[in-house]
Design a protein around this ligand. Structure first.
Ligand SMILES: Nc1ncnc2c1ncn2[C@@H]1O[C@H](COP(=O)(O)OP(=O)(O)OP(=O)(O)O)[C@@H](O)[C@H]1O
Ligand SMILES: [Mg+2]
Length: 296
């Protein structure tokens, strides 16, 4: 299966400043691929390189198996892009922008744009200059989705959107994926990534530090298990298990904090009579957040 997006040692320096360095990404068809990382990590640079808005210092990128530079026209026609620094023509109305993109893309997208604008509760009759931040963002989404592209590349798509509209955006992503699209999006909203992404890449200082399924990150979240036994059990049976960090006893109740596999804990507990079990799943957000900190 050909990757929809693939980069090979993709490197971009802005003069002395590193944008990205030796980036190797592969995004498979149908994935919702989340791109996470601190400010200045290189996310927007990656999107701009994939869209051929800027050229790499070295390395290369392919989109739909096509060369990002040689075949950028075809790539752009099959991609919906929402830039992080969205700048739309301030004197035009939403409708005029839709017309303009229809003309540029040589397909009539007015019906679809109207449908999306209704979904996002956006009035297309207003001049861009007079839109609120959130409404400008909505127009960015309309222009990214309106030609029903095979690939959506969305650089911080939900910044400035109110919670109701965010939910609608998540539904739009799900609909696009069920229509066969692939979605590559960056975000600083960690619960959002948890909610919509299948795969997550973490970028720091211009390079990937980890790429994994959301489920794999989730399994690393610290969970707390509290067993109540029919009689007190020795802490030592649990404190040596993989991933277990803290074990405390309150009478017949044993409280375990763990980041490891749950199976060994359950099996250790099953050697005794369990009266009650409470389990608190840890926050995936904390797992992601650790990658933002100075010493990961
Ligand atoms: N046009 C530019 N000229 C010079 N340096 C740039 C330019 N664009 C980005 N950079 C630098 O490249 C690095 C990566 O920036 P980039 O915008 O790709 O980060 P980002 O991950 O999108 O960050 P954010 O989360 O803040 O949007 C930063 O050090 C940034 O200052
Ligand atoms: Mg950015």
């Amino acid at each position: 299966m050909t990757a929809i997006v693939e980069t090979n040692d993709l490197t971009k320096f802005y003069g002395q400043t590193r944008g990205v360095e030796n980036l190797n990404l592969a995004i498979q068809p149908g994935q919702v691929f989340g791109f996470l990382g601190p400010n200045g990590a290189g996310k927007s640079t990656t999107f701009r390189l994939l869209m051929d808005f800027i050229r790499p210092t070295s390395g290369s990128a392919r989109v739909f198996g096509l060369d990002a530079q040689e075949d950028s026209r075809e790539i752009r026609s099959r991609t919906g892009f929402m830039p992080g620094d969205l700048a739309l023509y301030p004197r035009m109305t939403g409708n005029q922008i839709v017309e303009f993109f229809s003309f540029m893309r040589k397909i009539d997208v007015r019906q679809e744009a109207k449908r999306l604008a209704e979904r996002l509760d956006l009035d297309l009759g207003i001049t861009v200059r007079n839109y609120s931040t959130g409404n400008r963002q909505k127009l960015g989404l309309v222009q990214a989705f309106m030609h029903r592209p095979e690939l959506l590349m969305l650089d911080e798509p939900t910044g400035g959107l109110d919670p109701i509209i965010q939910q609608e955006f998540y539904a739009m992503v799900a609909d696009a994926v069920s229509d066969g699209a692939t979605v590559f999006l960056s975000s600083h909203v960690l619960p959002e990534v948890e909610r919509i992404a299948d795969q997550v890449a973490i970028i720091r200082d211009g390079g990937l530090v980890r790429v994994d399924e959301v489920g794999a990150f989730r399994r690393e979240a610290t969970r707390v298990l509290a067993f109540t036994f029919s009689q007190p059990v020795p802490e030592a049976e649990f404190s040596t298990l993989e991933g277990v960090s803290v074990v405390t006893t309150q009478g017949t109740k044993l409280i375990i904090t763990s980041t490891g596999p749950i199976d060994a804990i359950v099996k250790a507990a099953a050697r005794h009579e369990v009266v009650e079990l409470e389990a608190h799943e840890g926050e995936l957000e904390d797992v992601f957040l650790a990658f933002y900190e100075d010493e990961p």
